[in-house]
Write a protein that binds this ligand. Structure first.
Ligand code: IVH
Length: 664
């Protein structure tokens, strides 16, 4: 046997052993034997670099540092699922389907709590893994996915195969990861889903390998091409192709059977080695699925039954108050740390004073908490029957806990406000908001840094941010402030002066003006001066800006201190205008774009499509270059498609093209 043949043999064997171990849970060789063969392979490969293969078992364990993740357009949109939260809603869902298809059966599966991923195979080889992204465009995370040992690099099917499923972090990996983070004094991950998503987007593939992700497959795209006609057959076919498919699925013929599966799953949930947040119920037959179709976001033939949030008992140790940017006072519960839905919780929001009164909460009460949407912890109720002599009343203060000025509560409002515009807490929060990601997005000015600068007297107003460069030397005298770091921060601040008006408007924190309204206003008026001069009625006449917002905007600009702030920002060189959007109709993705048509379209001729695009404001070109924004590829597209893929230009199929044309 030549060395080349031995390399090929070892690759085949090691791949087979990995599947036996990680997918079938039935290894035929010892770990020792596996390691020995792997070493032999690594040794041979190092002597034959010309035989490099990214799919070799040896490559899964080599850390690589990536430059970034390329965007990839999904050939078939990656849909999400509609949710139902109780028995009635679920019953309504299945009964609607039984009305159309009395013989329909449903496949019930776990709803794995991770991130959706598409895997592509060509000629039996793994070629690419892409995240869901926004459903249309995802990111190429092939190199990180390759480190997941249960994902086959070879499958016994030569045609192009795309399968989809969930990448997740097993509970044990998550615990180990957070223990490690803790010992290194690094921030903890909130839950296994976030940890999995962060791991998949890490540029160092060594990180993904160490953190031990796994994957379950549940979707076979274009299964019909391979004789697959139902979800049941899809799961079976994927198993045959060596994909890891959970065996916890069941074909159900009646609602009773479906509900039984859900109840049984609910009982098993806590003891499963991975997180699930519900059960997915899918109409089995593909022909019936096709007739029902999909909405823009989710199929009509499937739904997710979500388990109620896990509720846990603990003790309310204290109630603290925070003052927000608008002066709103938020009470927070300080809790005896307790594990909820996979993470340790020691604080929860109490929303407002009414909530505390309504729940009759007392310090040291036993309370029930849960995570709203499984993320933000909240107190659900108190357990007054468990009170002992240690309880104390919580007295809502009359004065702001930070500046001491009298708090105000308007008659019909649940919230209490500190109305002192000079309250240090309010000032700090508004500066943090100004610098934040959706506002001026100033690199290096996260909440901790801003709080430090505020505390040390460097930044007491928004204007001070742009005066910071004058105090560079002073900053350098503090521990931890290096030349390089300080200059980077100052450069970030300088760069933010170029941000468009919409971000500035949002950053100013005008009441009722969120980021969307800020964009509308900036597009409508173009400059700060034009906006500042607009009357209340002119503002209210803008689509989506209501009367309340119009009044709030007008009153903001009528206050002299706000005008003074804008004047000084202008004098310091902060941009006060919005670049014109060339695309007149924002909903039309073709306006102003250079588009290339290639291949044969089934519903219209090339010239008809060209006219359609031109009517939408596109510039239709005959050849693909770096300047091309989009390629629309019909059947049998050839070299133009290849070139577009090489250049990383988005490619849409005819279906997607027509969907976008008809959307507006
Ligand atoms: S099917 C068209 N099956 O849940 C079919 N999704 O909330 C779309 N998910 O984006 C998905 N377990 O990431 C399906 N057994 C399962 C699932 C599952 C988890 C995720 C998936 C999807 C999300 C929707």
């Amino acid at each position: 046997m030549s060395e080349q043949e031995r390399i090929e043999e070892l690759r085949r064997l090691l791949e087979k052993y990995a599947i036996e171990y990680y997918v079938d849970d039935n290894p035929s060789v010892s770990d020792f034997e596996y390691d020995r063969l792997l070493e032999e392979l690594q040794d041979l490969e190092s002597r034959h670099p010309e035989l490099y293969d990214p799919n070799s078992p040896s490559q899964r364990i080599i850390g690589k540092v990536l430059n970034g993740f390329e965007k990839v357009v999904h050939a078939q949109r990656m849909l999400s699922l509609s949710d139902v939260f109780n028995q009635e809603e679920l019953k309504a869902f299945v009964e609607r389907i039984w009305k159309d298809f009395p013989d329909a059966t449903f496949i019930c599966e776990y709803k794995f709590d991770g991130l959706a991923m598409a895997l592509m195979y060509e000629d039996g080889r793994f070629v690419r893994a892409v995240t869901r992204g926004d459903g249309d465009v995802g990111e190429d995370v092939t190199e990180n996915v390759r480190t997941i040992p249960s994902i086959p690099m070879q499958i016994p099917e030569k045609g192009p195969v795309e399968v989809r499923g969930e990448v997740y972090m097993p509970k044990a990996s998550f615990e180990a990861l957070n223990n490690l983070q803790e010992s290194l004094h690094l921030p903890l991950f909130a839950n296994p889903r976030n940890a999995a998503a962060g791991t998949i987007r890490n540029l160092d593939t060594g990180v993904a390998r160490k953190r031990r992700l796994d994957m379950y497959l549940y979707y076979f795209t274009n299964g019909e091409r391979y004789g697959v006609h139902s979800q049941k057959e899809a799961l079976e076919a994927m198993s045959r192709l060596h994909f890891r498919v959970s065996d916890a699925w069941r074909e159900c013929h009646s609602f009773e059977e479906i509900w039984k599966f859900i109840e049984e799953t609910g009982q098993k949930r806590a003891s499963l080695p991975f997180e699930i947040d519900g059960v997915v119920v899918k109409l089995n037959r593909f022909d019936q699925q096709q007739i029902l179709g999909t909405t823009a976001k989710a199929p009509k033939y499937a739904t997710a039954y979500k388990f109620p949030a896990e509720e846990v008992e603990t003790r309310l140790l204290d109630i603290t108050l925070t003052v927000g940017r608008t002066g709103k006072i938020t009470p927070n519960a300080v809790l005896e740390p307790v594990r909820v839905a996979g993470t340790l919780v020691s604080a929860a929001t109490l929303h407002n004073a009414d909530r505390i009164a309504q729940y009759d909460l007392k310090i040291n009460d036993r309370v029930i908490i849960r995570k709203a949407g499984d993320i933000i912890p909240e107190v659900v109720k108190a357990l007054p029957e468990k009170r002992d002599e240690t309880i104390r009343d919580f007295v809502w203060p009359q004065d702001c806990p930070v500046c001491g000025s009298r708090l105000v509560r308007l008659p019909d409002e649940a919230d209490t406000y500190c109305v002192n515009p000079d309250c240090p807490a309010r000032i700090l929060e508004s500066i943090i908001h100004f610098c934040s990601r959706d506002a001026m997005d100033i690199d290096g000015m996260g909440s901790k840094r801003v709080a430090w600068l505020h505390e040390h007297g460097y930044v007491n107003s928004i204007e001070d941010i742009y005066r910071l460069h004058e105090r560079r030397d002073e900053l350098l005298s503090h521990k931890g402030w290096s030349d390089k770091g300080t200059d980077k921060l100052l450069a970030g601040i300088e760069a933010s002066k170029k941000q468009p008006l919409s971000r500035l408007l949002f950053g100013l924190g005008i009441r009722q003006v969120g980021s969307k309204a800020a964009r509308l206003l900036a597009q409508e008026f173009g400059t700060m001066d034009a906006l500042m001069d607009a009357s209340e009625s002119r503002l209210a006449a803008i689509n989506l800006i209501g009367e309340v917002s119009a009044r709030s905007i007008r009153s903001f600009f009528d206050q002299s201190e706000n005008r003074a702030l804008i004047d000084s920002l202008k004098a310091m060189g902060v941009n006060m205008s919005e670049p014109k959007v060339e695309n007149a109709a924002p909903d039309n993705p073709f306006a102003g774009k250079t588009v290339v048509l290639t291949g044969t379209l089934s519903q219209m001729g090339r010239s008809e499509a060209k006219k359609m695009l031109e009517d939408l404001g596109a510039n239709v070109s005959g050849s693909v270059s770096k300047k091309t924004d989009l390629v629309i590829a019909g059947e049998k597209a050839g070299s133009k498609l290849t070139k577009a893929n090489d250049l990383g230009i988005p490619v849409w199929d005819e279906e997607r093209f027509l969907r976008e044309v008809h959307r507006g």
